[in-house]
Design a protein around this ligand. Structure first.
Ligand code: M6R
Length: 584
């Protein structure tokens, strides 16, 4: 939700443009820059995507801030785009997150004569800094943030000194350093082209970017020493390369990512398996696609380890607090490691003494650092808003953990290695072409339904998310047995229905459900290791036993991608969405 960046070093504008383009997946309805040069603030804002702009003129100066917006307060227009400034055009601010008490603060500022231009919550920040500037810039920022309620990250730039102060309270901020250049951004890919040496700001910390670049705790006022961490992602991983979109590039990367995900330290896996075995109640939590992986985890643990794990969607987890004790274990799954609802679930759990294990893709992310134990799923940077390679990496790790809980870790590894190799074979150009042909047949349909049973019921739900978010076709997933209780009324001639028919004990029942749909005119797309007479279109997947959720979601990811492209949408930037949802 919004990408922010601050930079000090060489000519700032080209660096800010490059960095902002790499943060665009966080928000893409408008963008803006502010630089300082010769005692003046230079500002440029526009609507639309930075990657589609053809700005010819730059802004002068070696220090600047920039923002790519995912609107929360106020319409998408130039005025609401960041940076926002104070009355004297002395302070510019970019902000990610939400200021919950902005209305009250704005009213006070209006009474004092401050003039506001935008409808945003952000604009109160430069005005509050202006109110306190007599204490000096750093102090003014500190006094300002002490009045703000909510989860946010800001970078404030002062015209007269060219200093920047960045503050983190609930939304991510990472500092990158390279010789005398310093970056502060919402996410690492922003500056990965320039440096992979990073330092993380924790909540309630600020950094003063003035050449000395010191970190301070906002709680104690003391300086905080930070460790420099070298990230093992390279800039190329965060580029599209030969692919037209990140989404298809990341789908194809599943040839390698499943193998990477299971390359974990056996001892650590066994240790967490023990914790699960000894816990008095284990919960899985996550949001959106990661939430569906958690839900699949409930079935996976039941099938493989005969173990009951509770799945609760993260935004609802606080409502389960009464079931938590210091013997409970929480397993949080998040690609970004920054999702606000998941963080709130972790906070709720920690208050009750619950131990937290997480599966994340971003090393050093907030969830990674706030967990008692964290596994990295090693999918590499996932830039497309629609999660694909992270999903299958998460599924692979959940399947591996379930095997470890059942005392069958090596068996689990063998299965997943075989699955990875079969995924590698499956992701060939002919396979993609066959799915593209299907997309050509159905891309004008207003509705698509997906059914699955057992392990593949959550995958039907995930398949629906994939189709909805990039193609904007109304898609819904159901448990195969539920249709006859209502949704079957929606089936009419030609409605595409994807049937996830794994070769397991659910096969006969799901095929019977497919028959029921077909006899009402539905167009049956079978995702299955074997063809069946009920299928109007068959998408073959390898038979990988309990790893079927991994192979069943992949053809739907490819289908969703091609549906989006054929309908004229950019699958990397679905409307209204952002990659990392750092607001509640
Ligand atoms: O970064 P996270 O895995 O915590 O993100 C959770 C969801 O926001 C995310 O999975 C979302 O549903 C994706 N757009 C789905 O493709």
């Amino acid at each position: 939700m919004c990408g922010i960046i601050g930079y000090k070093g060489k000519e700032a504008f080209p660096v800010l443009i490059e960095s902002l383009k790499r943060l665009e997946y966080r928000g893409y309805d408008s963008y803006g820059f502010a630089t300082v040069h010769s005692g003046e603030l230079h500002i440029f804002k526009n609507t639309g995507k930075i990657s589609e702009s053809n700005m010819l003129e730059g802004l002068p100066g070696n220090t600047g801030i920039a923002h790519t917006r995912w609107a929360t307060h106020g319409n998408v227009n130039k005025t609401n785009a960041h940076p926002h400034i104070d009355c004297e055009k002395r302070i510019a601010v970019v902000h990610n997150g939400i200021i919950e008490n902005y209305q009250e603060l704005k009213n006070k500022l209006l009474k004092k004569g401050h003039v506001f231009n935008s409808e945003t919550d952000t604009e109160i920040i430069p005005h509050l800094i202006e109110e306190n500037i007599k204490y000096g810039f750093e102090e003014a920022v500190k006094k300002t943030v002490s009045q703000l309620k909510g989860r946010y990250a800001i970078v404030a730039l002062e015209r007269d000194t060219g200093k920047m102060v960045a503050v983190r309270r609930g939304s991510p901020l990472i500092v990158g350093v390279k010789d005398k250049e310093v970056f502060v951004a919402s996410d690492i890919p922003a500056f990965l082209n320039y440096t992979n040496n990073v330092m993380y700001l924790d909540d309630n910390e600020m950094i003063v970017l003035d050449g000395e670049n010191k970190f301070y705790s906002l709680l104690t006022g003391e300086e905080v020493k930070k460790r420099l961490i070298t990230i093992d992602w390279d800039a190329e991983q965060a580029e599209k390369g030969k692919y037209p979109h990140f989404m298809i590039k990341e789908i194809m990367e599943q040839k390698e990512t499943i193998m990477r995900a299971i390359n974990q330290d056996d001892k650590e896996i066994e240790k967490i398996a023990n914790k699960i075995n000894n816990a008095f109640g284990t919960f899985f939590t996550g949001c959106g696609t990661a939430g569906k992986v958690c839900f699949a985890g409930e079935y996976i643990f039941s099938r493989i380890a005969n173990k009951h794990i509770n799945y609760v969607v993260a935004s609802e987890f606080p409502n389960y607090k009464h079931f938590l004790t210091d013997k409970t274990l929480l397993i949080a799954i998040s690609q970004s490691g920054e999702t606000a609802d998941v963080l709130e679930a972790i906070e709720t759990a920690k208050k009750r003494g619950v131990k937290v294990v997480s599966l994340v893709n971003v090393a050093g992310s907030t969830i990674d650092r706030y967990s008692d134990h964290s596994f990295n799923i090693k999918a590499g940077p996932e830039k497309a808003v629609a999660s694909t390679k992270a999903t299958t990496a998460q599924l692979a790790l959940v399947i591996l953990l379930a095997h470890a809980v059942a005392g069958k870790l090596q068996e689990g590894k063998m299965l997943l290695m075989e699955t990875a190799s079969k995924v590698n074979d499956m992701l060939n150009p002919r396979y993609e072409e066959r799915i593209k042909k299907l997309a050509e047949k159905i891309h004008k349909q207003p509705n698509i339904y997906i059914i699955g049973r057992s392990l593949n019921y959550p995958i039907a739900l995930e398949a629906a998310i994939k189709i909805q978010e990039v193609s904007y076709i109304h898609a819904e997933g159901f448990a195969g047995g539920e249709l006859k209780h209502g949704p079957i009324a929606l089936i009419e001639k030609g409605v595409p229905c994807i049937v996830l028919a794994a070769n397991d004990e659910t096969k006969d029942d799901i095929i019977a459900n497919a028959m029921e749909i077909k006899s009402r005119g539905g167009y049956i797309i079978g995702v299955s290791p074997e063809n069946n007479e009920v299928f109007d279109y068959w998408l073959k997947v390898p038979d990988v036993g309990v790893a079927s959720p991994i192979v069943n979601i992949i053809p739907v990811q490819i289908l969703a991608y091609h549906l989006a492209v054929l309908r004229g949408y950019d699958p990397d930037y679905p409307r209204n969405l952002a990659k990392s949802v750092t607001v509640k």
